[in-house]
Design a binder for this molecule. Structure first.
Ligand SMILES: [Zn+2]
Length: 440
């Protein structure tokens, strides 16, 4: 797996909300709609034709809120879209605010500094009197909070609060002409959705090598809105990818303990039980080998692990659910965390600068949980993570090993899963039909 992809996917993971149905964290700056990412290109032996991309975006919920509209005839409710180069003053002019006291407050008060972030495309709303006196002003900040400035008997008061987010279901489909990101850009899909799409199918499809011109995708995802304004992408709820004539489908499903995952129609987990790498940003500095020249011992020995160069303090993640078997110093390993996983697997994380709080022998850890931090304790020339992967006590190369699949849907949840999946897969079917209709 290349660096680029790991990095992108890592960003994606960190942007993922922890739970389905709760308030989503808001993803702003990462949504660069027009940037073309070089990763995931189709292989060079395929002919990249410019195939038209068909896009269907349907708004399933359209709660048009008008509650902010002032009912009194003396008040005007106005909304202005921020343009590049706008300042607080120019916005106020366009909002029809002719109120020196308000202007002074908005330019000087501490509590309204976030208004200066004026993000092009966002809107500022104001309620004014017919004489231009400002009564109320609202703006959705880049931190996802809504700034509210109100006139009171004691003067203006500013407050910030997290707005209620409303998740809308969006859907889109497209065809690969030259690259995944080229196609998703053309379909108007936020980059974060493309990254999730690639992440979901990364166990079955190598997006760096396997893509072909003519491959197709369909995706249903959540987009978060606050008072009608798009604030970020949520989770992909179901997706389909047709790669080289083979169709892969996945649906998101969460069990009663809040553990979610992506599953194929037959209930199998589409992802692997192990993360490919224990670090979010990976740079392999020494590969797995049965023989290499050791820089400190100055002799040829086997290197039965993978070294990832990273700065001291970089968080190290458990690559799978498991139990802590060792957490502490151990000879040349320096500070080491060893984990035991289901089905006879074990992983080791060595040369740590320190172990994460609460990580001690016997404790359960979940996949992705931070267990320690990169360092150079023990026999190490510089800060790096030495990662070992063992199957039934035998060292294996995690980079090339066919990793076991994640746990499937358990029998007790099978009925519930099938009900949820049927509805969502039907949506993909409809999305496919719409495409065909467009192609005629
Ligand atoms: Zn090593």
């Amino acid at each position: 797996m290349s660096l680029n992809k790991e990095e992108i996917l890592a960003q994606n993971r960190s942007a993922q909300p922890p739970r389905y149905g709760l308030v989503w964290p808001i993803v702003f700056a990462v949504l660069s709609f027009f940037s073309v990412v070089a990763a995931f290109g189709i292989s060079h032996d395929t002919i990249a034709e410019d195939i038209e991309v068909h896009r269907v975006v349907e708004d399933l919920l359209l709660p048009l809120r008008r509650t902010e509209q002032a009912s009194e005839s003396r008040q005007f409710w106005r909304e202005e879209r921020i343009q590049r180069g706008d300042t607080v003053s120019t916005i106020l002019v366009r909002l029809g605010v002719d109120d020196p006291e308000a202007t002074k407050y908005l330019l000087q008060a501490r509590g309204v500094r976030s208004l200066y972030q004026l993000l092009p495309g966002r809107t500022v709303r104001a309620i004014t009197t017919n004489h231009g006196r400002l009564e109320q002003l609202t703006y959705l900040n880049t931190n996802g909070k809504r700034l509210l400035v109100e006139r009171t008997a004691e003067g203006f008061v500013a407050s910030e609060k997290v707005p209620d987010l409303e998740a809308r279901i969006m859907q889109s489909s497209g065809e690969i002409a030259s690259s995944l990101f080229g196609a998703t850009d053309a379909a108007g899909l936020p980059e974060n959705v493309a990254i999730q799409l690639a992440d979901i199918f990364s166990s079955d499809i190598d997006f760096n090598r396997d893509l072909r011109s003519g491959d197709r995708f369909a995706v249903v995802y959540e987009a978060n809105y606050a008072h009608g304004e798009f604030v970020g992408v949520g989770r992909v709820v179901t997706a389909e990818f047709m790669n080289q004539g083979k169709t892969y489908r996945a649906v998101y499903f969460q069990d009663q303990n809040g553990r979610g995952g992506y599953y194929a129609p037959d209930g199998k987990n589409v992802r692997k039980a192990f993360l490919r790498s224990p670090l979010v940003f990976t740079r392999v500095t020494s590969r797995y080998s049965n023989s290499r020249f050791h820089p400190i011992l100055r002799k040829w020995i086997a290197h039965r692990g993978i070294d990832y160069g990273a700065r001291t303090g970089t968080p190290v993640r458990a690559t799978a659910d498991g139990r802590v078997e060792h957490a502490g110093r151990k000879g040349g390993y320096g500070i080491l965390v060893s984990l035991r996983h289901a089905n006879g697997y074990a992983t080791r994380y060595a040369h740590l600068s320190r172990i994460a709080k609460e990580i001690r022998r016997g404790r359960r850890v979940s996949q992705g949980e931070v267990i320690g931090y990169v360092g150079q304790t023990g026999r190490a020339t510089g800060p790096h993570l030495h990662y070992e992967f063992l199957a039934n006590g035998v060292h294996r190369n995690p980079a090339t090993l066919a990793l076991p699949p994640g746990p499937p849907i358990t029998p007790d949840l099978r009925n519930e899963f099938q009900t949820v999946a049927a509805v969502l897969f039907q949506r993909l079917d409809l999305l496919g039909d719409t495409n065909l209709a467009l192609l005629d």
